[in-house]
Write a protein that binds this ligand. Structure first.
Ligand SMILES: [Zn+2]
Length: 263
């Protein structure tokens, strides 16, 4: 009885949000045209993506930093790319945070590192995005624009900062960012770590040998970065990933419940 009421209330709330945050047709067309990996998806996927985008925009709060103005174009470009990985998993994977801080350009973060002699070195790291557990997500618009993510197929490594940072959010849902998202069974967890380790080793060997890779060489830094850049490649260039690292492609297809290279 109560659960029936709650369900109806949720449906009405969702309906209100879909109406209030409906994405106008010209803006939706504009967004798809700028990101080919969105435009290539089926009509049914695009309809679901557009629906999730409205709910995402209703649930999240965008803030412009340093005078940057978050226009509808900016918000929808972020929402559409962010919602693609959770197209089948659902938006609850992003419940852990609300704020998205948008900068015009990359943010210079002061960092420190200690060398083998115990000497601390200070340096500046330019950041195009950053995901923090429970905290706001930071993104630089200059790294998200269609020009920034443009690539020559079969030649350039994939670069997509929105999918990268939201992959970290998905990874963080079980409490740790370690390249292994929450999985239901022990068997699934074992399969995940065995496949990831083998695929990461193969990838790092290629990067070390200076061989060009589809996945961003930055993935050689750590398992959690490999997961994030692999997710970028899975969604932006699925056919190429299926060719280059088929076992990794299949692992991600099973996890995300999507098969973009074969659909
Ligand atoms: Zn990262």
């Amino acid at each position: 009885m109560l659960s029936g009421l709650l369900q109806r209330w949720r449906q009405r709330r969702e309906q209100r949000q879909l109406e209030q945050f409906a994405i106008p047709e010209p803006l939706w067309r504009h967004t798809l045209a700028h990101y080919p990996f969105l435009a290539r998806r089926s009509d049914a996927d695009q309809r679901e993506l557009r629906r999730l985008c409205s709910l995402f925009l209703a649930a999240k709060e965008f803030h412009g930093a340093g005078g940057f103005v978050v226009t509808d174009e900016v918000a929808v470009a972020v929402a559409a790319q962010a919602c693609l990985p959770v197209l089948r998993l659902g938006l609850s994977w992003y419940d852990g945070f609300v704020g998205i801080v948008m900068h015009e350009g990359e943010v210079i973060a002061p960092r420190e590192t200690m060398d083998d002699d115990g000497v601390v070195h200070a340096y500046d790291e330019p950041l195009a995005g950053e995901a923090m557990e429970g905290g706001p997500l930071m993104l630089a618009w200059s790294a998200i624009t269609p020009e920034a993510v443009d690539r020559v197929e079969g030649h350039d490594a994939v670069y997509n900062v929105v999918i990268h940072e939201f992959a970290h959010v998905i990874d963080a849902r079980d409490g740790t960012i370690n390249g292994s998202p929450a999985l239901a069974t022990r068997e699934a967890r074992q399969q995940w770590s065995a496949t990831m380790e083998a695929e990461w080793t193969w990838f790092c060997d290629r990067v070390d040998a200076g061989v060009p890779t589809l996945i961003d060489p930055y993935g050689a830094e750590a398992p959690e970065e490999f997961f994030a850049v692999a997710v970028e490649a899975f969604f932006v260039a699925p056919h190429e990933l299926l060719q280059e690292q088929p076992r990794l492609y299949q692992l991600l297809a099973d996890f995300f419940l999507q098969d973009p290279a074969r659909d």
